[in-house]
Design a protein around this ligand. Structure first.
Ligand code: HEC
Ligand code: HEC
Ligand code: HEC
Ligand code: HEC
Ligand code: HEC
Length: 268
């Protein structure tokens, strides 16, 4: 390599054009070999890099098994390699980590109908580019591929309503916290209700979603009442505050008037 080429190489390295060893720290033999493969063998690497799993350090071998440190033995079943799951195996594959979700999924209509085309995890979330979940995943285009959208729409409606309420309560508690109120208890209830609420969807049962979200909404309503009570003491505090300021002002005016009258009295 000429000197110029070496300098160009170092410069490119500085600007991140060439992956340096630091950036590859989390890389495994799986990523190194698959990253260089064409088509469907290489694509998972780039997709996975954008995912919530990559952000949380869940790598190829955490899902697919195998030995991530040994090029030759990486995909040996003796080293725990599982391969790619079949359609019906996916819930068990993801459910090794997402235990609560996969339990409610298996008990629901999709889990029960998985052998006859019930949607499974990857149908809704994708496989390698999985992102943080949101209610936007429930939409007409995605849900009407296999059946009518109407029941799905009812589920979405109840969940969105509850989600909006959660956001409002969260916002109010933050405001009260900044004003110096103790909100720990209410925050605890909010978190547990929010967790409960995000587990409901996977059972895809309209009546259960309605009953459960109603339960969550009732609990949130109670927190809402407490917030309203705190707000009204806050209002009273403000009122008394202005009354006190008013009284001080009045006292000051009276004092000045009295002094003035006294001075005029002295002069005459
Ligand atoms: C030296 C290159 C190389 C390494 C290292 C490697 N793979 Fe592969 N992988 C391949 C090739 C080539 C194929 C396609 C042919 C085959 O299935 O053997 C493949 C196939 C796969 C498949 C699809 C299998 C199927 O049943 O369709 C998965 C999943 C996979 N690899 C995951 C991994 C994981 C996880 C690791 C690390 C523990 C890994 N690979 C390490 C080259 C590699
Ligand atoms: C969150 C779990 C998960 C992670 C992490 C993951 N995969 Fe996969 N992968 C799957 C699933 C599930 C399938 C089955 C395909 C399907 O059903 O869509 C699959 C399929 C594959 C296949 C078969 C070809 C295909 O696209 O269907 C290959 C090759 C593969 N994965 C390689 C990798 C590599 C390389 C990594 C790391 C960069 C990786 N996977 C990370 C879940 C994962
Ligand atoms: C090795 C354990 C593991 C496996 C296997 C796994 N995940 Fe994850 N998953 C995680 C971790 C860790 C997170 C990030 C922390 C969190 O949000 O729970 C995550 C996050 C997620 C999220 C975002 C959660 C949120 O808060 O919005 C979804 C969706 C998800 N995974 C779906 C899947 C699917 C689908 C599969 C199977 C293809 C799968 N996961 C396989 C560990 C795993
Ligand atoms: C029919 C579409 C669909 C299927 C099938 C599906 N999900 Fe979900 N998933 C969603 C939706 C929609 C949400 C967001 C629900 C919410 O926020 O209340 C979600 C949320 C999640 C979350 C985040 C939960 C949390 O506590 O915030 C995880 C993790 C997850 N799914 C994993 C899985 C796994 C694992 C499977 C397979 C066993 C699966 N999903 C099957 C649509 C689906
Ligand atoms: C891959 C095909 C497929 C997709 C995509 C799909 N489903 Fe389903 N769904 C099924 C099957 C199969 C059943 C069980 C048979 C039936 O009831 O139609 C089912 C049943 C249901 C049920 C229970 C039946 C009822 O009338 O109460 C609901 C609710 C439901 N799905 C909601 C959804 C939602 C929400 C989405 C989108 C996030 C979705 N589905 C996407 C295949 C799918």
């Amino acid at each position: 390599m000429s000197r110029v080429a070496i300098w160009l190489f170092l410069l490119a390295g500085c600007f991140g054009l060439i992956p340096t060893s630091g950036a590859l720290a989390a890389d495994t033999v799986c990523i190194e070999c698959h990253g260089g493969q064409p088509g469907a063998l290489g694509a998972p690497v780039a997709e996975w890099r954008t995912s919530i799993h990559a952000q949380n350090g869940v790598s190829c071998h955490d899902c697919h098994g195998g030995d991530s440190t040994d090029f030759a033995m990486a995909m040996n079943p003796e080293r725990g390699f599982l391969g790619a799951p079949e359609y019906g195996e996916v819930p068990g594959f993801c459910g090794r980590c997402h235990v609560g979700v996969s339990e409610s999924y298996m008990a629901g209509a999709h889990g029960q109908a998985i052998e006859s085309g019930g949607a499974q995890c990857v149908v809704c979330h994708g496989n390698h580019a999985i992102q943080k979940a949101s209610l936007d995943l429930i939409n007409e285009e995605a849900c009407s591929q296999c059946h009518a959208y109407d029941r799905a729409a009812l589920i979405r409606l109840s969940l969105v309503e509850t989600d909006t309420m959660v956001a409002e309560v969260e916002h109010d508690l933050e405001r009260l916290y900044r004003l110096g109120f103790a909100v720990d208890d209410m925050q605890g209830t909010l978190y547990s209700q929010r967790n409960r609420f995000h587990q409901i969807f996977h059972g895809v049962d309209v009546e259960r979603v309605r009953a459960e979200t109603a339960g969550v909404q009732a609990k949130l309503g109670k927190i809402g009442n407490k917030i309203a009570a705190l707000d009204s003491t806050l209002g009273q505090r403000k009122l008394w505050g202005s009354v006190v300021i008013g009284l001080f002002f009045l006292a000051g005016v009276i004092f000045l008037l009295v002094r003035k009258a006294y001075e005029e009295d002295e002069k005459s």
